[in-house]
Ligand binder design. Structure first.
Ligand code: G3H
Ligand code: 13P
Ligand code: ZN
Length: 328
């Protein structure tokens, strides 16, 4: 059955675990997440970005996810809008069957201008009012995701501020977080701690200077009952980089968010961990390998099957690591 994000995150808080929220764009992603959830007995958050909605179409997405719910009736599923850019985007998601929406008011609707605090409070509170009336959960975002070494936003996948920000601006302020949650009534809060979207998060293995788990601890102290969300939390594992590069892919050396760092954040109130890049890399790496090894093949199922299988493995690892396993 489809349930709200709030229900899932409340259960996660009561039992001190987190849910990976996987970005999905088509059938194969959804099959991968559901097979992993089934194998590990995990509850599921499937999230679709504006790009995913444009790619697949809302009706296809909705029915694919209803298909997942029918195929796996014992697994609770939340359908979440990732990075809604304005209230109208959230409302159209609600009318299309999403049970949870993110209003990301940290940036203006152009996706690249840092918004004022008041703007963020206003648009987020507006969405909370409408969504809650419809029985839908809301995630807000406070602070700008970006690189603490360079001050740059994450432009690679089309959203992220232009120019550079200071360390203070790149880390969510705990006092402001307290004010934001009380003024908006969000069900979950995405925070900025030095992560960014895409493959190129860090140029070295991250330490506390460039990945601030300490900021999460400070926010959790002010807001012990608020569910926190980590964005840009793919681990970009070396083996997936190697697979992609071994078959003609061109990815420069890079580091993601280590699973061990995410595990430290879970007792500090992180209940939702967003992952997109790792599944992209697993799928594309496998397809590259297959194209190289089987140049005579032209049946897409022959390369989509192993691609889905590797995505399933990545999902299983995250369900186990975040202690989501066994909680369905
Ligand atoms: O937050 C970003 C996610 O990785 C979704 O990316 O907008 O390219 O679908 P996308
Ligand atoms: P990654 O690019 O690290 O997978 O982050 C995904 C994300 O935060 C989606 O909102
Ligand atoms: Zn994100």
């Amino acid at each position: 059955a489809l349930i709200t994000m709030r229900q899932l995150l409340d259960h996660a808080a009561e039992n001190d675990y987190a849910l990976p929220a996987f970005n999905v764009n088509n059938l194969e992603y959804i099959q991968a997440v559901m097979r992993a959830a089934d194998a590990t007995d995990s509850p599921v958050i499937l999230q679709a970005s504006r790009g995913a909605r444009a790619y697949a179409g809302d009706a296809f997405l909705r029915h694919l996810i209803l298909g997942a719910a029918e195929e796996y009736p014992h697994i609770p599923i939340c359908l979440h809008l990732d990075h809604g850019d304005q209230p109208s985007t959230c409302i159209s998601a609600i009318t299309n069957g999403f049970t949870s929406v993110m209003m990301d008011g940290s940036l203006l609707a152009d996706g690249k201008t840092v918004a004022s605090y008041d703007y963020n409070v206003d648009v987020t509170a507006e969405v909370v009012k409408i969504a809650h009336a419809a029985g839908v959960s809301v995630e807000g975002e406070l602070g700008c995701l970006g690189n603490l070494e360079t001050g740059a936003g994450d432009k690679e996948d089309g959203h992220g501020f232009e120019g550079k920000l200071s360390r203070e601006e790149l880390l969510t302020d705990p006092d402001q977080a307290l004010d934001f949650v009380s003024r908006t009534g969000v069900d979950a809060l995405a925070v900025a701690i030095g992560t960014s979207h895409g493959a190129y998060k860090f140029t070295r293995e991250p330490d506390g200077e460039i990945l601030s788990i300490e900021t999460i601890a400070k926010i959790n102290k002010k807001l012990p009952n608020t569910h926190l969300v980590m964005h840009g939390s793919s681990s970009v594992p070396k083996d997936l980089q190697d697979l992609f590069n071994a078959y003609g892919g061109k990815m420069k050396p890079t580091w993601g968010v280590p699973v061990s760092e995410i595990q430290k954040a879970i007792p500090l109130g992180v209940r939702k961990v967003n992952i997109d890049t790792d599944l992209r890399l697993a799928m594309t790496g496998t397809i590259r390998k297959n194209f190289t090894e089987n140049p005579e093949n032209f049946d897409p199922r022959n390369y989509l099957k192993p691609a889905t299988a590797l995505m399933t493995e990545v999902c299983k690892e995250r369900f186990e690591a975040f202690r989501t396993a066994g909680k369905a």
